[in-house]
Design a binder for this molecule. Structure first.
Ligand code: ZN
Length: 502
């Protein structure tokens, strides 16, 4: 059947070229595009995404996939050919009921909302984004109605788009179990005397922060020969090809942690993408397996590695040398405590490991309420503030620090965008434990600045497979277990129990 397979490959390459071109346009939108380009950019993105979508859902594609079924079945499940047919079929079936004109409309709407958000956020101007959010919410419901069913909750197909195999009810169940264990820990930790993190809030010039962040992620193994680091309003990672995986970050001169940990987080995503097998490039297989697995890698490098003591035993002297006036007299122990300070705070991406998941649960619940009509966009800021107060004990002084802080909800379909962060945290502990079980020297190697053994193990067991396997399959192959709450809670209790002498 090689002829039909070649035909499939050719079609998939074409679709992925269009998708990559759209990603470059989005990246440019986030980094260098002047505001005047917004309208044209929205139309360009809409055109490219419509063309890609039309090719994916075309009848000829369906016939080709059907004809290739016996060939697929004759091959090992993990072979490139079988996986390509399987995953392309999944995408074809998933998007088949979605009209291409709708994809174009959603892409344009996302780009326009993004542009409005970029301008309205610094002004905390929720009224400016509200009409766009109304349109995006209604488009998100429409999208859910086109995706394959049946489903119990309207958010189910949107959740499954980001985290294949998951439903809203399943996520809710996991979150409820996590919450029951997390809330007492948050209470105990925040009742302890607060940690002094003043050393992080001195003046740190942007250029030097960027230089240090670059040095760190390069040492972790991010390949600048196949990547680039730029600034954007909200940090993210994007892949145009195996040879071109880019990061963005942001810098605040009065906060050393933001750029440093934000860049390590994005580098975790990028190591996953750069670590995929190059033979999978230009296909649906050549990318991370799910939003949750992607976050498991950004959070693993940011937190389990990057906020750990071994990591800083190696890097702290270099950081002190970069900022002698600010940190020369600050001992490692004080710096280590500062970067792991737990507090009830406003901003998710800056939140500590203990409170972080409460931020995610809040957003996930609000998304579900928006989608099933329990909550109207006009009531969202109040609902946000009330929930922040109830869950985290803080009330945002303005919308920029509240409901408008995240790029999510302001650049594409609403729903299914947040659960991956917490699923990723849970998986990060399971995967890191499996790595340390297989290679017990990993903590000692981190302390010596040797990151290649950990990265190599992750590349061998996770990165190189790209999207060949579903998220449950990946986790089972790596850890022998399904998704679980306990390893992550054990990690938090050990680290923070010691820290706060609980
Ligand atoms: Zn991330």
């Amino acid at each position: 059947m090689p002829e039909q397979f070649d035909e499939l490959l050719h079609r998939v390459y074409e679709i992925q070229d269009l998708n990559a071109a759209a990603s470059i346009l989005s990246w440019d939108h986030s980094t260098y595009m002047p505001p005047g380009g917004a309208q044209a950019r929205a139309e360009q993105l809409a055109t490219l995404q419509r063309l890609a979508h039309e090719r994916l859902v075309a009848d000829e594609m369906g016939r080709l996939l059907e004809a290739l079924e016996p060939y697929e079945k004759s091959l090992p499940y993990d072979s490139f050919e079988a996986a390509l047919v399987r995953v392309t079929r999944r995408e074809h079936e998933r998007w088949h009921g979605v009209p291409p004109a709708f994809t174009a409309r959603l892409a344009a709407l996302g780009a326009q909302t993004h542009q409005t958000w970029i301008q309205a956020r610094p002004l905390s101007d929720f009224a400016a984004v509200a009409p766009w959010l109304e349109r995006l919410l209604s488009a998100s419901r429409e999208l859910a109605s086109y995706l394959p069913g049946p489903h119990e909750h309207i958010a189910d197909p949107l959740v499954a788009l980001a985290d294949y195999g998951m439903s809203a009810a399943e996520v809710r169940g996991i979150f409820a179990r996590l919450r029951a264990e997390l809330v007492p820990l948050v209470e105990a930790v925040t009742a302890a005397p607060p940690v002094d993190d003043a050393c992080l809030h001195q003046h740190y010039p942007e250029r030097e922060q960027l230089a240090f962040a670059r040095r760190v992620v390069e040492r972790l193994g991010y390949d600048f020969g196949r990547g680039h680091l730029d600034l954007s309003a909200h940090p993210y990672t994007t892949r145009f090809a195996w040879g071109d995986v880019r990061l963005t970050t942001r810098v605040r001169e009065d906060n050393l942690a933001e750029c440093l940990f934000g860049t390590i987080h994005e580098a975790g995503h990028a190591l996953y993408e750069q670590g995929t097998d190059p033979a999978l490039d230009r296909t649906y297989l050549g990318s991370g397996a799910s939003s949750g697995l992607h976050e498991s890698q950004s959070r693993l490098w940011e937190n389990l590695v990057g906020r750990g003591l071994p990591f800083w035993r190696y890097f702290y002297p270099q950081l002190q040398a970069q900022f002698p006036a600010q940190l020369g007299a600050v001992p490692l122990e004080r710096f280590y405590r500062a970067i792991n300070k737990v507090e009830r705070s406003l901003i998710r991406v800056e939140a500590d490991e203990v409170t972080y998941n409460l931020h995610v649960m809040l957003r996930f619940d609000l998304e579900l309420d928006l989608l099933d009509g329990k909550l109207a966009i006009r009531d969202l800021p109040d609902a946000w503030n009330q929930r922040m107060h109830a869950d985290l004990g803080v009330t945002p002084p303005n919308h920029a620090l509240g409901v408008m802080q995240d790029i999510h909800w302001f650049w594409g379909a609403i729903g299914g965008g947040f659960q991956g962060y917490t699923l990723g945290n849970l998986m990060s502990a399971q995967i890191y434990a499996a790595a340390c079980h297989a290679v017990p020297e990993i903590p000692a190697q981190l302390e010596a600045g040797e990151f290649a053994p950990l990265r190599g193990w992750l590349a061998e067991n996770l990165y190189r497979h790209g999207a060949k396997f579903t998220p449950p399959e990946v986790l089972e192959r790596i850890t022998g277990e399904p998704l679980a709450v306990e390893p992550y809670m054990r990690y938090l209790r050990t680290k923070y129990g010691e820290f706060y002498a609980l």
